[in-house]
Design a binder for this molecule. Structure first.
Ligand code: VGL
Ligand code: ZN
Length: 208
């Protein structure tokens, strides 16, 4: 694939808290930084997503007395996995990973700002009603294909890929430029769901 004017590289949540040593580390998460930087040079359009939560966010285990990280609770919009506190607005952990190139991105979009609603997806919050505005921004720029990379394969990359498909974009995920959290086989399940939805898997060596 040779990226052109209608192709966008969407970099999901390559942030300090998702790297080894961070608050919600994705195993081997720092391994995506090199491939993501290399990919950015091949695209005219690059957007960076940032998980950006208030300190009292509903996805944090410590917002729910007696609950522990990685438990699931029932919220008005459905089941919610509880996470260690991560990516708190303005904190060092919410910053982009050191070494991540950020200078070529024309869009930086933050998600998860509503204290009551999580948003794994770059497009639609977990209430499945509130839009981030990203689809509109891409459509206005003439983007028809979204190529995803970043963290985490089984949460924010998965939901962003599914919602990009639902919004009508052609969607590819760069297999060597993503890493997953993997709760009970969730990485495998994520690939199956993405494939079933028509998301295509590609290696970064096939993008030039
Ligand atoms: C993510 C869990 C909680 C992600 C964000 O970026 O995949 N996962 N918040
Ligand atoms: Zn989060």
């Amino acid at each position: 694939m040779t990226p052109g004017a209608a192709d966008l590289l969407l970099v999901i949540d390559v942030q300090v808290d998702f790297l080894p040593g961070g608050a919600l580390p994705v195993p081997d998460g720092d391994a995506v930084i090199g491939p993501v930087n290399a990919l950015q040079h091949r695209f005219r359009h690059v957007a960076l997503m940032q998980d950006w939560h208030p300190a009292n966010h509903v996805s944090f285990a410590d917002t729910h007395p007696g609950r522990a990280p990685f438990e699931t609770v029932a919220l008005p919009y459905g089941p919610q996995v509880l996470w260690p506190r991560h990516c708190v607005q303005g904190s060092p952990g919410a910053g982009f990973a050191p070494g991540l190139a950020t200078d070529r991105a024309s869009l930086v979009v933050r998600k998860g700002l509503d204290p009551r609603v999580d948003s794994y997806s770059a497009f639609l919050e977990a209430d499945r009603t509130t839009h981030t505005g990203l689809a509109g921004a891409l459509t206005e720029r003439g983007i028809s294909r979204v190529v995803l990379c970043g963290l985490a394969t089984d949460f924010c990359v998965l939901w962003s890929a599914l919602d990009a498909r639902a919004a009508g974009f052609d969607v590819w995920v760069v297999a060597d430029a993503v890493r997953g959290i993997d709760l009970d086989g969730s990485v495998e399940a994520a690939w199956a769901r993405m494939t079933a939805a028509g998301v295509r898997r590609i290696g970064s060596d096939a993008i030039a």
